[in-house]
Design a protein around this ligand. Structure first.
Ligand code: FAD
Length: 545
């Protein structure tokens, strides 16, 4: 068996190593256009910022190790230029000397990745405008960041924010320009407001709902002209506005690609030619949540797909379940993570859902160092199926989203979250972990124990002459409240029921939703029409920020 692999990083290197573990006899050739195989793309921003001090650390599996340990024929600086499907050969260009030659294959695996988008903005080809994909890009940015004073990052996705943090770490004044009215566009907006505040607090100039309209060369560096008319001087610009699957080889060979450019594959990662597989960012995937075909460029999926392709070549029935979109990003010590469907996607596809918010501590409140996180759970209001989750905070955010990601993969419900048995000691969690709490709250909603309301329902409540009830302490109320609210602390509520109009709807709220829930239960049992504002005043502030 002769296997030829195009691309020697996440998907390609995984496929090659797996293939060798399955067959000592196979001939395995890995073509990599760049100088290094198997480098850590995800670590590049941290090398630029100096957090990863040694460049060598980014070489996860150096070429010699792949040769010695896995007996792979790794050919760097060699670009696969075309595929002849009839003859089952590829044409390869040796970038070191410009020569070309042919190589035959029994099975071909394409893992060429995705290239950063360079939108057709005036001046886009000027010096000083960078994208970040590989070590050579990182070397360039590493060098210029050492001398730059001002940078503009175009795009507030996870690579853009990681770059902003690392440029600031280098002492470069950094502005992030994002077209959407939020950072991290895949997340729901209210879950990103703490990240936006945190970026600003750490010196990032965040410009939302605006875009780069033109780049102009200046006496020193560049000027980025924004659509709004603002002009930002910059010594360097980093473009991080998304990626496009590298499908040129595939399309030239007549393989099918999807509407977003991803190479079409089946569940074994086989393209429309059964002898050619495609994995990683270049491949179209099934959205685990909706079943639709989509593009979700992430390292974990690329690694798993590489392994599945190799398995299938050697007769194993491995199948790819689909990509769920589990992602995490950290900036200046704050973390945002998500898995599954967001509210905006659920709205777009018209699927019924309910949402709850909570703000638990990441470990027992009495143990030193407890920090609040915000957690949002999306679920089916009828059967409680978990549809998605997002969280923002500091420690422990990644762990909760990972647990919820597994719950989604296991097609679990909010009732399973109530029962989930999770590791607990005071310095790690709580006897009722945030994941259990999310389950308890959501299950209560599905069972009808309490009705919940969200901030967007408050204007309707006001129009209907309803009552907004703040059940926190007078001191908390004085520090900030929702306009129109009356304050009756939950501790006195049972004695002051007569102050509320039994004929009008009530929305009760507290700081995070817990006392609001208690108040709602008291009022429900006393015959009032009441809902609890999910996530309380904390979520209200995130939503209206
Ligand atoms: P790649 O890893 O990009 O590898 C493709 C390789 O193929 C390239 O090296 C390319 O040179 C080579 N190639 C292309 N065409 C040819 C050809 N014709 N001949 C020979 N070689 C060719 N994902 C996460 O999940 N978490 C993160 O934190 C994260 N951070 C990231 C940070 C940065 C800066 C970047 C750029 C990406 C990050 N990603 C992250 C995304 C992740 O790196 C990709 O999803 C993953 O690397 C995709 O793997 P791949 O094998 O499809 O492509």
């Amino acid at each position: 068996m002769k296997i030829v692999i195009v691309g020697g990083v996440a998907g390609g290197a995984s496929a090659a190593a797996r293939a060798r573990r399955l067959s000592e006899e196979a001939e395995i050739i890995v073509f990599e256009r760049g100088p290094d195989p198997s480098f850590a793309n995800c670590g590049l921003p941290y090398y630029i910022g100096g957090e990863i001090a040694e460049r060598d650390k980014l070489l996860v599996a150096p070429k010699q190790m792949l040769i010695d340990r896995h007996r792979l024929d790794v050919r760097t600086l060699q670009s696969v230029e075309s595929i002849d499907r009839q003859r089952k050969t590829v044409t390869v260009k040796n970038l070191a000397d410009g020569s070309t030659y042919g190589e035959s294959y029994d099975k071909l695996i394409l893992s060429p990745g995705a290239s950063p988008l360079r939108p057709p903005i005036l001046g886009i080809d000027l010096d000083g405008i960078y994208t970040l994909r590989d070590l050579r890009d990182a070397d360039r940015l590493h060098e210029v960041a050492l001398h730059a004073k001002r940078a503009v990052v175009v795009g507030g996705g996870f690579i853009g924010l990681e770059m902003a943090e690392n440029l600031v770490r280098r002492g470069v004044h950094t502005a992030v320009v994002e077209l959407a009215d939020q950072v991290l566009p895949p997340w729901d907006r209210e879950m990103t407001t703490p990240i936006a505040e945190h970026l600003r607090a750490n010196g990032v100039e965040l410009i939302l709902a605006d875009s780069a309209a033109e780049f102009v060369a200046a006496e020193r560096g560049l000027v980025v002209k924004l659509k709004s008319g603002r002009e930002l001087p910059a010594d360097l610009v980093v473009l991080s506005v998304g990626v496009r699957p590298e499908n040129a080889l595939a399309t030239a060979a007549g393989l099918e690609v999807g509407p977003r450019g991803g190479i079409r594959v089946n569940e074994h990662m086989q393209t429309t030619d059964p002898d050619i597989y495609a994995v990683g960012d270049a491949a179209e995937v099934k959205d685990f949540n909706t079943g639709d075909r989509t593009q979700i460029p992430l390292a974990g999926p690329a690694n798993r797909q590489g392994r599945i392709a190799a398995d299938h070549i050697f007769g194993r029935d491995s199948t790819y379940r689909g990509t769920q979109g589990t992602a995490v990003v950290g900036v200046f010590g704050m973390t945002a993570a998500m898995t599954g469907l967001s509210e905006k996607v659920l709205e777009r596809i018209g699927r019924k859902y309910e949402t709850i918010y909570l703000h638990p501590s990441h470990h027992a409140g009495y143990y030193p160092g407890a920090e609040k996180m915000s957690l949002k759970l999306l679920f089916d209001p009828q059967d409680g199926a978990i549809l998605g989750a997002q969280a923002v905070g500091r420690d422990g955010v990644d762990k909760r989203i990972d647990v919820l990601a597994m719950a989604i993969q296991g097609r679990m419900t909010v009732f399973d979250l109530e029962e989930a048995e999770l590791a607990y000691a005071p310095q790690y969690g709580s006897a009722k972990d945030p994941v259990n709490m999310a389950g308890l709250i959501a299950a209560g909603v599905v069972r009808g124990d309490v009705r919940i309301a969200h901030a967007d329902a408050l204007s309707k409540l006001a129009a209907e002459g309803g009552q907004l009830l703040d059940v926190r302490s007078p001191q908390e109320f004085a520090c900030g409240s929702i306009p129109g609210a009356v304050n009756i602390p939950v501790e006195t509520l049972r004695d002051r029921l007569a102050e509320l109009d039994r004929t009008k709807p009530i929305v009760a709220y507290c700081q995070v939703g817990q006392r609001g829930y208690l108040a709602a239960r008291i009022l429900m049992q006393a015959g009032y029409d009441v809902a609890n504002l999910s996530g309380g005043y904390s979520t209200y502030c995130q939503m209206t920020h």
